[in-house]
Ligand binder design. Structure first.
Ligand code: NAP
Length: 245
């Protein structure tokens, strides 16, 4: 008997892939959501299955509401209930504030904020019906403190925190918890694209624990928030940043 289904957005790579594997090891069936990286999503699912887990890959752009509704509908039809939603899919961009175009801004908001709205709103009727559920939103340390040359990214990640706190109050009476994780600098494609070697060395030097985070560091925190040990925790922002903040 599994614990129901966990939908992990942006699970084809990086932090999302690690969360998918970690939640699978806890006994959840996993929807490995991807947008562009189908073969990587298949590799994640193969790994899940090779460790005795179960799940599916599902292509869906989280900024597109009808695609999100299709994914949630598929998961509910196949697995009966969605126990956990992890809103992890995200994009980043390094640009001076004065260079950010309307298109840059719209893309940032549509994936990183509309995406969280779409997935939460699509999954919540079934969680409310079940009177249980866990929503885990992946924000960022920059959403708490702000980052130079990432004003649009910082703004939407702060928006995710606001959404987390407000939604936690609204759906708490329905037995649903909503929490956010604010990762620091985690070694993934996103960090490699955003930072050159010199910047990465500087980030390591600034880190009290003397290293960058791994996707598994974040995945373990997500697994805790999805577990029974976190029953009484909601509306919180858990920093997973090696003391960076
Ligand atoms: P990553 O390696 O760039 O992976 C991004 C993931 O998001 C990929 O699986 C990608 O899927 C998916 N994605 C992007 N746009 C999507 C869309 N429109 N619809 C569905 N999926 C989409 O990034 P990461 O570092 O693992 O970051 C994961 C999350 O952690 C993000 O929300 C990011 O902002 C946050 N975060 C990261 C760091 C860090 O240092 N790495 C720090 C703080 C917060 P496809 O490849 O299939 O398109």
């Amino acid at each position: 008997m599994t614990k129901g289904c966990a939908v992990v957005t942006g699970a084809s790579r990086g932090i999302g892939a690690a969360i998918a594997l970690e939640l699978s090891s806890l006994g959840f069936d996993i929807i490995v959501n991807y947008n562009g990286s189908e073969s990587k999503a298949r590799t994640v699912l193969d790994e899940i299955k090779s460790r005795g887990g179960n799940g599916d890959i599902f292509k869906c752009d989280v900024s597109n509401r009808s695609e999100v509704d299709e994914m949630i509908g598929f998961a509910l039809k196949k697995y009966g209930r969605i126990s956990v939603l992890v809103n992890n899919a995200g994009v980043s961009q390094i640009k001076l504030f004065t260079d950010i175009t309307q298109d840059d801004w719209r893309k940032m908001v549509s994936v990183n904020l509309d995406g969280v709205f779409n997935c939460c709103q699509s999954v919540l009727p079934s969680m409310i019906h079940e009177k249980s559920g866990r929503i885990i939103n992946i924000s960022s340390v920059w959403g708490v403190y702000g980052a130079s040359c990432e004003v649009h990214y910082s703004a939407v990640k702060a928006g995710v925190i606001g959404m987390t706190k407000a939604l936690a109050r609204e759906v708490g009476p329905s037995g649903i918890t909503v929490n956010a994780i604010a990762p620091g600098c985690i070694m993934t494609d996103m960090l490699r694209e955003d930072c050159d070697d010199k910047t990465i060395r500087m980030l390591v030097e600034e880190s009290p624990v003397g290293r960058l985070g791994t996707p598994q560091d974040v995945a373990k925190a997500a697994a805790f928030l999805a577990s029974d040990n976190a029953d009484f925790i909601t509306g919180q922002v858990l920093g997973v940043d090696g003391g960076f903040s």
